[in-house]
Design a protein around this ligand. Structure first.
Ligand code: CUA
Length: 477
């Protein structure tokens, strides 16, 4: 019983009565207008009904001096009374006009932010079952947590990659559908800093109810700080988790969208991932997935299922479907193949540590008064081959390419690579062929293996690192 009453509190975080911005206020005003008109009509109609029931009820009149009664005479009938019929046609029409005029006006007012208001541009993209948020003017892509400045309109362009979803932040604005192939717009504005919960409001498949998100409103200066941070690399982390992440997760999840030009790249990648999956659902090993850049500063996990803690993250990586029925991680990624992750516990923990360390350099320093700088680990290699061996593991190559003749993990084994690389492409030496295949994985696809599986990120390695990898791979035989 008490639970019901609590759920009715206007201060509940998903209440449409706890307005936190002008759009929600407009919608509430409209609601109250209709509510009070409806309440007045209810009282008048019920009053007339009760009046009629009491006054015109059937009464049998006793005949004086006998045991018999006479039936009541029916009241005066009004059927065919033109005057009354005109009145009860005109009154509802007037009521509808009184409701329709402000409704239509407010519907249009929720489309576009006020003129001359310098809105922030955001694209909200619905995916099964998470939200992608893009900031086209800033070149930022993130997922499930939408940062906005307070007291500034935000124009939200609504799109969908797969099916119809609906963008709804009960305290702030919405709901409005994201429709594949069609672009809708709306705007929102938040008065006070804070977290405002959002929810997909259109049934979109198995995990519809688990497609939540959060609007994080911050003062202008804090918001600008966030924008800046999203373009700042994390403190470089060459942990074991990095290699594991590259090997098992990076086909679907981007993690380095702080670089210049990464915005366009991510948009293209996301479309490619989707097409790859959509047109070949049985065999594809990738599908569009949330951008994980600076995951360490996120507050929630798996589109709002749990708080972002190391414990939850480990459980999530280990067996995502336990957490969120419907997620495509396990049916798509090779590392799961339908079951829990085929990784050791310490490997999962390493990935979680790596992900949680994705925090922009200097993040929170302004507030907490500076972090102590850890010493950078200096790595020294005696030969390029040694350096290459380190990179092979550390960059995740070992996650997909075995070193022995028999075993195939995901991509071709590296065994005897140098001996079979010389005559692959006319005009390329074996070394050049290996080098090209690392930098442009889709250039020369080995027969029997699909394209677009190897991450196209090794182009970011330095010349020295690439040469070291080639030198090392030459030794595998
Ligand atoms: Cu997306 Cu419901």
């Amino acid at each position: 019983m008490w639970l019901f009453i609590i759920s009715c509190s206007p201060q509940h975080q998903q209440s449409t009565f706890a307005n936190a911005g002008p759009v929600a206020q407009l919608q509430s005003n409209l609601y109250y207008l209709m509510f009070w008109i409806a309440a007045l009509i209810f009282i008048l109609v019920q009053g007339a009904l009760i009046f009629a029931l009491l006054n015109f009820r059937r009464r049998e009149k006793p005949i004086p001096g006998s045991d018999f009664t006479v039936p009541d005479i029916p009241p005066k009938q009004v059927h065919g009374n033109t005057k009354l019929e005109i009145i009860w046609t005109i009154i509802p029409a007037l009521i509808l006009i009184v409701i329709a005029v402000p409704t239509v006006r407010i519907i249009y007012e929720t489309y576009e932010p006020p003129e001359n208001s310098d809105p922030l541009e955001v694209v909200a993209m619905g995916h099964q079952w998470w939200w992608e948020f893009r900031y086209p003017d800033e070149g930022i892509v993130t997922a499930n947590e939408l940062y906005v400045p307070t007291n500034r309109p935000v124009r939200v362009t609504l799109q969908s990659q797969d099916v119809i979803h609906s963008f709804w932040v009960p305290q702030v604005a919405g709901k409005k559908d994201t429709v594949p192939g069609n672009t809708n717009t709306m705007w929102l504005q938040v008065d006070e800093p804070g977290n405002y919960s959002g929810q997909c409001a259109e049934f979109c498949g198995v995990a519809h109810a688990r497609m939540r998100f959060r609007v994080i409103a911050e003062e202008e200066s804090d918001f600008n700080n966030w924008l800046e941070s999203m373009k700042t690399p994390p403190k470089m982390d060459t942990s074991e988790g990095y290699g594991l992440f590259l090997a098992h997760c990076s086909m679907c999840h981007s993690i380095d969208s702080y670089n210049n030009g990464s915005y366009e790249k991510e948009l293209t990648m996301q479309d490619e991932r989707w097409d790859d999956w959509y047109f070949n659902q049985e065999e594809s090993v990738r599908v569009s997935a949330p951008n994980l850049t600076h995951l360490g500063i996120r507050t929630m996990l798996a589109a709002g299922q749990k708080d972002m803690t190391k414990e939850n993250l480990i459980a999530w990586i280990k067996d995502p479907s336990e957490f969120k029925r419907g997620t495509r991680m396990q049916s798509v990624a090779s590392v799961y193949k339908g079951g829990p992750a085929k990784l050791e516990d310490y490997e999962i923990e390493a990935i979680a540590d790596y992900l949680l360390a994705q925090i922009p350099e200097g993040w929170g320093a302004a507030k907490s008064g500076g972090e102590s700088e850890e010493e950078e680990e200096a790595l020294v290699w005696n030969t390029p081959e040694e350096h290459g061996e380190y990179l092979f593991v550390n960059q995740g190559c070992a996650g997909c390419h075995s070193l022995n003749e028999e075993e195939v993990i995901v991509g071709p084994s590296m065994y005897g690579l140098i001996d079979r690389s010389g005559d692959k492409v006319a005009g390329l030496t074996a070394e050049e062929y290996i080098y090209q295949s690392i930098v442009y994985p889709n250039e020369y696809i080995v027969e029997g293996y699909p394209a677009n599986v190897m991450p196209q990120i090794f182009i970011n390695l330095s010349e020295e690192e690439l040469q070291a990898l080639v030198s090392y791979l030459k030794t595998i035989k």
